[in-house]
Design a protein around this ligand. Sequence first.
Ligand code: IMP
Length: 446
Amino acid sequence: MSNIVVLGVQWGDEGKGKIVDLLTEGADVVARYQGGHNAGHTVIVKNKQFILHVIPSGILHKGKKCIIGNGVVIHPRALIDEIEGLKKRRVTVGKNLFISGRAHVIMPYHTLLDGKHEEAKGSQKIGTTGRGIGPAYVDKMSRSGFRMIDLLDSRSFKDKLKANLEDINFLLEKKYHQKKISVNTIYNQYMKYADYLGPFVTDTVVMINDLIDQGRHVLFEGAQGTLLDIDHGTYPFVTSSSATAGGVCTGLGVSPAKVDGIIGVMKAYTTRVGEGPFPTELHDSLGEELRARGGEYGATTGRARRCGWLDLVSLRHAIRINGLTGVALTKLDVLDGLDTIKVCTSYTYKDPTNSCSRKGRACKFTDMPQTVNVLSGCTPVYRELDGWQKSTKGATKMSDLPRQARVYMDYISEALNVKIDLISTGQKRDEIIFVNHPFKKAKKKK
Ligand code: IMP
């Protein structure tokens, strides 16, 4: 048995979809543990592109069990559309998909409130995906949310909906000057969703633990990234779930003792979508070039991603929190042809209150500052490395890579004290270098 987590170590969009898809070959089960349809995992199979939002990427492989865990929030309409979209493209979705009865449901008012809260914040907005994710998790934490299992009990669903809508409608009318939402409209709509999704709903905690006990291999698929984690990210410019390795345990009901390996997916540079500080962001033509070359546009919202250099300060933070056993480095080919490549090794910060700077000198951060105010005022300190002129696109062996590309990766690996197990050199499945197969490595460790 070996059970591996694959998660993002930056601000999401690291290319997890492809890595999960590749590693699925060695897994029997693929399970999502957090987030919702704010995620967009792009996978290319036989020249066909698939973008998955809530359904685990393993669905593209025959015979794999795909679990949507209790830590995920589900927009029933979006999930049904995703299932139907896959079926139209001849992907089997049926007895291979399992939805936790404990997963929370995104309601129409969550989506509405997501937009209203953002509008009200004005220039302080988070830049959410507008999918109702934050408000759905708020209701989960305030214990007024609906779970998938609740959809299957129509009477109590309606009673609770009535009670919830009293508060929601008060807020909508008084604060946002919106029309009231009718109980019956939502009730009728959600009962139809329940009919469709009901057969997929099960106790996934029992299921996944039984499968693990039977020696099946599980791949835990993270969404978003460490720097968007509600606790460990750049709060408040984060998503509302636990995108780090700890989220696996709470989001699926699996003990940490059952996790054998944690692979951090790391883009060879950095991107961020939405608002919030990003010290190594490039505001010049090079930033635009990286965006164009890397196709850096959101898979879910189509928004242009902000681009910048690799940031070892935030990566150190991500590696520490997740306890990575290996890294999958992605989009190395996007850096082809650059004369020099910069890597941020620390930040300097000049504190306006002078409490941290001595005699007006800036202080140095090698670990992630705790507040976004400080992070916004940080200036990156860079180490410059030589770029390479030879293309790395589609390389499948280390020996195919130019020396400077290997030096770049060795530098990252040494500076972060983590091994690079996989290197992705293009979008397609076979554009990959396996240095060390994570499932084999986990088995050897045992
Ligand atoms: P929310 O998850 O829609 O509430 O958005 C909160 C923040 O997370 C925003 O900055 C979003 O752009 C960002 N975000 C959410 N999901 C993703 C993702 O899958 N990739 C990258 N950023 C994301």
